[in-house]
Design a protein around this ligand. Sequence first.
Ligand code: AMP
Ligand code: GLY
Length: 431
Amino acid sequence: MKVLVVGSGGREHALALKLLQSPSVTEVIVSPGNAGTQSLLAPTPGKTLRSSTEAPLALAQRERVDLVVVGPEVPLCEGLVDELTAAGVLAYGPSKLAAELEGSKAFMKGFAARHGIPTARHVVVTQASELDALVKTFDVPPVVKADGLCSGKGVVVAETHEEALRAAREMLSGARFGAAGATVVLEERLFGNEASIHAICDGERYVLLHAAQDHKRIFDRDEGPNTGGMGTYAPAPVVTPKVMREFEELVLVPTLRGMAAEGRPFKGTLFAGIMVTPDEHVRLIEFNVRFGDPETQVLLATLEGDLAQTLAAAARGALDPTSLSASGEHAVCVVLAAQGYPDAPRKGDVIDGLGDAAKVPGVVVIHAGTALDQFGNVVTAGGRVLGITGRGKTLKEAHTRAYQAVHKLGFSGMQYRRDIGGRAGLTLLSE
Ligand code: AMP
Ligand code: GLY
């Protein structure tokens, strides 16, 4: 098989490396990719990994690829999978209609309400004149969400009713998120422990992966501004077998049935952000319609089975739910971010220590915002630069290995959290 992965982040590099492990895969092309996906750095003997900047459809046709895996939400919400499918190319990911679960928070909340999926109470607002009265209907200040895609920045967890009102007004005015904020969702604030659960779906059947936890704030102890994710670990003990069963019964199965019934069968990765309440029940916070980044890095590190065959079968609507299983290991991914991230990441800083970091046992160095400069140096080229993923028999071992590798890496202004994995309740603070 020749596989095309669409995207340029850590998620796509991790997918490419896992796909290359499939016995049936000979070549992976990543469009546009990063320094890690360039042939220069290809890891697997006898197999090819390379980047291409050609547009996905033209590339897939010219290269006669057997499968396209679309990474990010934007091309999914724009209908890339529909376009590929119409051209006869096998593509893994949801259709434009199914991608609305992430592309429109108002659609997602309405869908959950129609199908009795447990989630926070919400109201949809389009008129600034209605805001005052609607905000007051929430006892605790509501969470304010722009309806459309905002690269993870469209949610304000307000501490006061005034802050909620201000955030919602700003969204509706178009000043902050343009058209994505023309509709706003006000939502009851949930309390508890957050977790990420991914399922690979074929419209009907699914493979459920480990639960993971992200660390969204830039600084240790969850301080500072929100980011795309500074690190993850899996499995997350907060998702007990009981919580996982409740998720399957009350969220996943009704979602797949409901989407099929509404004429939008869901094929692809359904990634649910959930709140595990203090009394151990599941409330859905949000859906994403793709693999998480950096959740993918830890999920794939602890997965056994042939990913390429599984994704191809899901795309064809013929998934074998037993085709992938958890390895029983633990993984920790520590993100190294650029100077100035998340506001204004600096580009062009030379990265040192890549070779030494990759030699740490059980560690994979995943590239995200990296590029090769004219001298062949790997340099920073985005906010999140690298994801250092350690595997181990225990969380502690995975954590130790990941940070051993982190300490071999360096670039000017490098930022990372020292407490990834700490949400599992262990005291894990790298020095
Ligand atoms: P999102 O961009 O949708 O992932 O939301 C960003 C973050 O906002 C989530 O990871 C949660 O931490 C928080 N959040 C969203 N909705 C709620 C809610 N209803 N209650 C509490 N926190 C929320
Ligand atoms: N790490 C969160 C996300 O991919 O949306």
